[in-house]
Design a protein around this ligand. Structure first.
Ligand SMILES: [Mg+2]
Length: 382
């Protein structure tokens, strides 16, 4: 069997005005979905979603380069043909990640096995989801929207939620005290019905983060993600050592080597690589090494359904599986990219009983979601 073509489909959908959301100083206006498709001479195709944050146009160029120079005519069963993430270029690494996922999908189909079965001798049949959002609330308008949102997810059967710290704090004089007031109100409303995680999106100082971490610890939060700038390994180590709840991060890292200092210094309590950013191959390597340090892995998984499936198979195969992130604000492109949405019930996603990633692209997806050039956000000033 030979690879005959590798291509990248670029898909987009503009959010309606009322569906746009502001986090920090960014208004998110568009959903993107780059899909790597590997074709073979016997008609099988593998598909994988690359993280759109790598820049869809640049990623497409990298895939074209690999298609022409290293992949055409090769046997897709050979793992030696898969390029490696390098940690130097996000566009390159996200492209490689999408390609890696597509090749896993293809190899699963060739072997007649689910990807999770190729990664583990005893994978889970379904994975627990957490609703990932809490991005819509605006400190100026009505921050309690966050609580309405949590109640809505409970009504949908979800049992865990991750939220963010909202619009730019300086615009409205938001303090740690004011923020923690909202956190306690949310916790009180959902306690016993929903596990909670907070994502600081690297926006806090270590002092702010420590105060918040201690309160989240007291309230029994599941984790506190990226409280401070990502590269401050020692700051992460101090925070992670100061509280019982895990301080987590690493969603933007693409290689095991980038995670090593965090593992050695116990700077993360949980690591969060993403199959759409580092590939399934590298994610499983990171999981194996983290496990040796007694550190778990809960993948970052934002954007669309195809990436969700790659991360779902990885979670199902982890040594100590916990939860999978489910983006709640991507709009119709999220599942519209797939011919069939996988079964999601009572907060659990069941892996389809089909080989590979178990999903196929929806027909006419390029006509339905034509690519829109330009950034997915606009910078807002108030
Ligand atoms: Mg995050």
């Amino acid at each position: 069997m030979k690879i005959t073509k590798v291509e990248t489909l670029l898909l987009s959908r503009m959010h309606e005005r009322h569906e746009q959301w502001v986090t920090s100083t960014l208004r998110i206006v568009k959903a993107d979905c780059p899909v790597v498709v590997v074709h073979t001479d016997d008609g099988l195709t593998g598909i994988g979603e690359a993280c759109a944050y790598g820049g869809p146009g640049l990623m497409q160029e990298w895939i074209e380069w690999y298609s022409r120079h290293t992949l055409m005519g090769k046997d897709p069963r050979s793992t030696a043909i898969v390029p490696h993430t390098s940690g130097r270029s996000w566009a390159h690494d996200c492209a490689v990640a999408g390609l890696d996922c597509a090749l896993w999908d293809l190899r699963g189909q060739i072997e007649g096995k689910r990807v999770s079965q190729m990664l583990s001798a005893a994978p889970l049949e379904k994975v627990r989801l957490y609703a990932s959002s809490g991005c819509r609330y605006d400190w100026r308008i009505r921050p309690e929207q966050l609580i309405d949102e949590a109640l809505d997810y409970i009504a949908q059967g979800l049992t865990a939620m991750k939220f963010r710290i909202g619009t730019h704090w300086a615009w409205d004089g938001v303090t740690v005290d004011r923020f923690l007031g909202l956190v306690r109100e949310l916790h009180q409303t959902v306690a016993g019905r929903m596990d909670l995680m907070l994502d600081g999106n690297q926006r806090l100082s270590e002092e702010q983060a420590l105060t918040i971490a201690k309160e989240l610890d007291r309230l029994g939060f599941t984790w506190f993600e990226e409280p401070i700038p990502q590269t401050d390994v020692d700051g992460y180590a101090r925070l992670n050592g100061a509280v019982h709840l895990p301080i987590t991060g690493g969603e933007q890292y693409t290689t095991l080597e980038q995670f090593r200092p965090y593992l050695e210094k116990r700077a993360y309590g949980i690591v969060q690589p993403d199959a759409g950013i580092c590939g399934i191959t590298e994610l499983m390597k990171i999981a194996e090494v983290a496990d040796r340090y007694g550190i778990g892995l809960c993948p970052h998984s934002w954007h669309n359904g195809l990436m969700c499936m790659a991360n779902a198979h990885a979670v199902a195969a982890l040594p100590n599986p916990k939860v999978l992130e489910l983006c709640m604000i991507q709009g119709p492109l999220q599942w519209g990219v797939l011919a069939e949405k996988p079964m999601i019930e009572d907060g659990w996603l069941t892996l389809p009983d089909r080989a590979g990633l178990g999903v196929t692209l929806a027909e006419g997806v390029e006509e339905k979601y034509p690519y829109v050039e330009g950034n997915y956000y606009i910078e807002v000033a108030r």
